[in-house]
Design a protein around this ligand. Sequence first.
Ligand code: PMM
Length: 268
Amino acid sequence: MKELARTLVMGILNVTPDSFADGGLHFDFSAAISRAQEMIAEGVDIIDVGGESTRPGAERVSLEEERDRVIPVITELQPLGVAISIDTTRAEIARAAIAAGATIVNDVSGGLADPEMSTLIASNPGVQYIVMHWRGHAQEMDKNAEYEDVVKEVKDELDERVTALIAEGVNPEQIIIDPGIGFAKNAEHNWELLRNLDRLALLGYPILIGASRKRFLGALVSGKSPDDRESATIAITTLVASQGMWGVRTHSVKPHVDAIRVVMELEQ
Ligand code: PMM
């Protein structure tokens, strides 16, 4: 994976009132647009627009509500020229987002939540598709955090997903995989996955890591708020970038762009 130019920074734009790390800060349309503009100025590569919180225990939002949150934001951002991804498990939202200008579909369920998703992705060959490791929606994921060998099981389950998607017509070139840090995983599972990214890379797909300010970092650092986990997140970005991963999904942008620049400079 070393031939990739550098690890990409995917900036999180949660258009939800209840995301666990930014507490609904970006729910308002105009606040979302100004945050996106800030991220662009800081050198973001992709803006990941999401309208449904995936925080453990979170309630689902209706399709209409999700659409009303994300589509106006994507429509407004599209002319700015930044790559836009849509963070959704619903094919109908992904379809509307692609029509509005999104070129990446970030599906935390890897196609498991909506049987229509694979057909949509297959019929949009220019769209990239992020297939995350998933064992159920937010309300049930904590009870699914049972593994004998987390790295092997996540790798096998991602492999199974990708194989099914390809059988359903998705081009392997469209696929990016993600171990789903914090999704049906406890802290030790997350660390074990991050220690073994080379094993996941054996699947042969670009890898995205979303560790930003997540709960498992809280036990390690001083301070209780998600903001206090930022330095730890930058450390993870550095590790991930030095291993040639495709991207990191983060709340802040500038520190991650800078950390990746340092890694690139050291590796020349
Ligand atoms: N994490 C969250 C939401 N979407 N998408 C991908 N691909 N990977 C992740 O790890 C991921 C995601 C939850 O975090 P947030 O509520 O802070 O955005």
